[in-house]
Design a protein around this ligand. Structure first.
Ligand SMILES: [Fe+2]
Length: 281
């Protein structure tokens, strides 16, 4: 499908902590780009012909665009809260549509089956009803009051707890997840999924976290999250069709999929179809 409607969006293209003066080549929506550390200490992104591209440095990552973003990168206010650990998880390359990667992140029904005994466990497979809306003013998809029993909700959790989640989609290939923070009841841990669309069927997934957890070593936080995403990768690489179907009826939604339905509807409304599949009529 066309990348036109998505070309002016911001996309993650690398970690700020791994910038090199000599730069590194990567793909953004099929175009080869170079991400490097400029002499001024700031990130630089350019096409292979040397044409400079827009740059934002935020949430541990370099963000860029092949077009001309009309808005700044979406805000995550929690990222500025003092006391949170900011965790660059690194990159997981997945041979799937970037939209499929986000949709999978929004889905809780897979927890007991894919993240068995960590984020879910049988017989606790029921997804209770929750709320989903498209917040028109912010133009974001939100799912709230999502509750799920988890044997080990986070590295900082000891024993099973019912975790509450909120999901937010502020950009076509990004999602922000808010979940119960085991050491700080009343606060939310933030786990994001920033997806770099390399092509319509290949993506680099850059998870990032802003957690209240003073005890767990950084490497353990990173390994825990990488393990979760590697479990997702094997599922994502086997989904058929490879591109995300946006026409209703191509896949039968269940109650657990309400967030996915809203996400697909929102994508379709905006014409965000890079990585999507539409049926010709
Ligand atoms: Fe998963």
């Amino acid at each position: 499908m066309s990348r036109d409607a998505m070309i002016d969006e911001w996309y993650p293209v690398g970690l700020l902590s791994q910038l090199l003066p000599e730069g590194r080549e990567t793909l953004l929506m099929g175009e080869t780009i170079r991400v490097s550390l400029g002499a001024d200490g700031r990130a630089k992104v350019a096409t292979t012909a040397g044409h400079p591209l827009p740059v934002t440095e935020r949430y541990g990552h370099v963000w860029s665009s092949l077009g001309q973003p009309s808005k700044p990168l979406f805000d995550i206010p929690e990222a500025e809260h003092p006391g949170r650990r900011l965790v660059d998880v690194g990159v997981v390359r997945v041979r799937c549509s970037p939209l499929r990667a986000v949709e999978n992140f929004l889905d809780i029904a897979h927890f007991p089956f894919v993240h068995t005994d960590i984020l879910g466990a049988e017989p606790h497979t029921e997804v209770e009803s929750y709320k989903v809306e498209i917040r028109e003013e912010a133009d974001e998809v939100w799912a709230t009051q999502v509750k799920f029993y988890q044997p080990q909700a986070a590295k900082s959790a000891s024993g099973g707890i019912t975790t509450e989640y909120m999901y937010r989609v502020p950009a076509p290939t990004c999602s922000v997840l808010y979940k119960t923070c085991p050491p700080r009841p009343g606060e939310w841990d933030v786990i994001t999924l920033f997806v770099q669309p390399l092509t319509e069927e290949l993506c680099d997934v850059w998870p990032w976290m802003a957690l209240y957890d003073d005890d767990t070593p950084m490497t353990d936080l990173i390994h825990f999250q990488q393990m979760i995403f590697l479990q997702d990768r094997s599922i994502l690489e086997n989904q058929i069709p490879r591109r995300l179907p946006l026409d209703p009826g191509m896949e039968i939604p269940t109650r657990a999929d309400l967030t996915s339905v809203a996400y697909r509807r929102w994508l379709k409304r905006h014409g965000f179809t890079y990585g999507a599949q539409l049926v010709a009529r």
